[in-house]
Design a protein around this ligand. Structure first.
Ligand code: ZN
Length: 417
């Protein structure tokens, strides 16, 4: 199969955009996009995707968590899985998730139409629970496919008190059949996903496509400073034990340490509680949460250690009580180097420069990595905006992303993993 022409790529982009718009119209609310896991909107979106899969020549099945699977048989051996999610956040954009599923369908259709059997089979997967917008858990559908779903998840309830188990039944499925959703590691070569970047890097570098190096790990560091609340007018500055001034210094230490890594680590404090919280009272107690992320486990650990040391020094110097606890540790999920290289080759063949970048957002690949090697392809989105109705990717970039996925499939050899 030869390279795709510009007009073929544009035709793929136009079709992808129409499909993105079709799914974007399926919402629980008339004025904004809301499509939660195991709801009637999920059902409608899945039915639409199933119809596209059948038209593309795929054999469609659905597992106990509503994950759709469109299968193209190959000449045997292991299968390549291509997936993304069709659930959304509340007041979502149209591209986050659905485009990855659509790219998979359009890429497979390209091969199904050619009528030539690939050396390996392909499954396109449409997961229903990536955003975690309904239940206080996320990646349940990809966890089931990866064989790491835990039954404790079934008891978790949404805002209306409906448990995951009950929602599965209401969707016409059976929780008892979840183990059957697991793909066999012996039959699975790799999992790949195409996704909008959800950040500004590709746009800033003027490149349509990028190769993801890793889905980056995360630490939540909960830090609480306790000082002495007191009268803002009567307590002299030198006698104060101001918990907020200590926290402010700590936040700047976090920012400085992250800046010194030159992009390797990002650190954010987006939430702080100040007690007693009155403008005429010296703050007695302050709790902040540091969100620290990096594609490198070592770099993240190093920053957490340096920050912890810095915070202790601040508390000592200011005579503040201190507690530090790590409340969330998510390991970095590396993308397989072979998969990265094949995506890079496919991008180069389209005349673009394959920028390599980490994913700051979580993805289904974090669960699928427990099953098989994973990889991701990013495409540029306008302004880096995501989780917002302003989310946008141009039809040209959508077409290039599908073309790069086709190029990846042409290059992919499960024996080289
Ligand atoms: Zn997503």
């Amino acid at each position: 199969m030869g390279a795709l022409s510009t007009s073929e790529i544009d035709a793929l982009g136009a079709r992808a955009e129409a499909m993105v718009n079709a799914l974007g119209a399926i919402s629980a609310e008339p004025d904004r996009l809301v499509r939660l896991f195991l709801t009637p909107e999920h059902r409608r979106a899945a039915d639409r995707v199933a119809e596209w899969m059948r038209k593309a020549g795929l054999e469609v099945a659905e597992d106990a968590l509503g994950t759709l699977r469109g299968r193209l048989e190959g000449q045997g051996g292991k299968r390549l899985l291509i997936g993304s999610h069709i659930d959304t956040v509340i007041d979502a954009g149209k591209y986050d998730g659905p485009f990855g599923v659509i790219a998979g369908i359009l890429a497979i259709e390209h091969f199904a139409r050619a009528g030539k059997r690939l050396p390996f089979g392909i499954d396109v997967l449409a997961f229903g629970d990536e955003e975690g917008s309904r239940f206080p858990v996320t990646l349940t559908s990809s966890s089931a496919c990866a064989g790491i779903f835990t039954p404790e998840m079934l008891a978790l309830a949404d805002r209306n008190g409906v448990t995951l188990a009950d929602a599965i039944k209401a969707y016409g499925k059976s929780p008892a059949e979840i183990p059957g959703a697991a793909h066999s590691p012996d039959e699975t070569a790799a999992y790949v996903e195409v996704h909008i970047e959800q950040g500004p890097v590709l746009e800033a570098r003027n490149q349509p496509l990028g190769v993801v190096t890793a889905i980056i790990g995360q630490t939540y560091l909960n830090v609480e400073f306790s000082g002495q609340a007191g009268h803002a007018g009567t307590v002299p500055m030198l006698l104060r034990r101001d918990a907020l001034a200590g926290a402010a210094e700590a936040i700047l230490v976090g920012e400085t340490l992250a800046r010194e890594t030159k992009g390797e680590v990002v650190a954010t404090v987006g939430r702080m509680s100040v007690s007693p919280g009155a403008s005429n009272v010296i703050p007695g107690n302050v709790a902040v949460v540091f969100d620290i992320r990096s594609g490198s486990e070592a770099a993240r650990a190093k920053l957490v250690e340096a920050l912890t040391w810095g915070i202790r020094e601040i508390a000592d110097r200011r005579h503040l009580g201190l507690t530090i606890a790590s409340t969330r540790e998510v390991a970095t999920t590396p993308c397989h180097p072979y998969i990265q290289d094949q995506f890079a080759e496919a991008i180069r063949a389209l005349g673009a420069d394959p920028l390599r970048l980490g994913s700051g957002a979580g993805h289904d690949g974090q669960a699928m990595a427990r099953l098989c090697p994973i990889g991701m392809l990013f495409l540029r989105c306008r302004g880096g905006i995501s989780h917002n109705p302003m989310e946008y990717a141009s039809p040209r970039d959508l077409g290039l992303a599908v073309a790069a996925l086709i190029g990846f499939i042409e290059r992919f050899d499960p024996g080289k993993l």
